[in-house]
Design a protein around this ligand. Sequence first.
Ligand code: SF4
Length: 63
Amino acid sequence: MAEKVQIDQDECIGCETCVELCKSVFAFNEDDGKAYVIDEDTVDKNCVKEAIGSCPAECISCE
Ligand code: SF4
């Protein structure tokens, strides 16, 4: 079953933790200072769960 990763752009504080933990899924947008999801269908990775657990703003969701 496919899950989708999303970042709540309003809540993201741009700490880049998710990008550091999971470069293949998250990237940093220099223009607005927030992280975004490169491919929301690539959830099949342990680093996504790690990023969700490490995000200080708790704004990464996976459903
Ligand atoms: S870890 Fe959370 S707050 Fe930090 S950049 Fe990623 S989504 Fe934004």
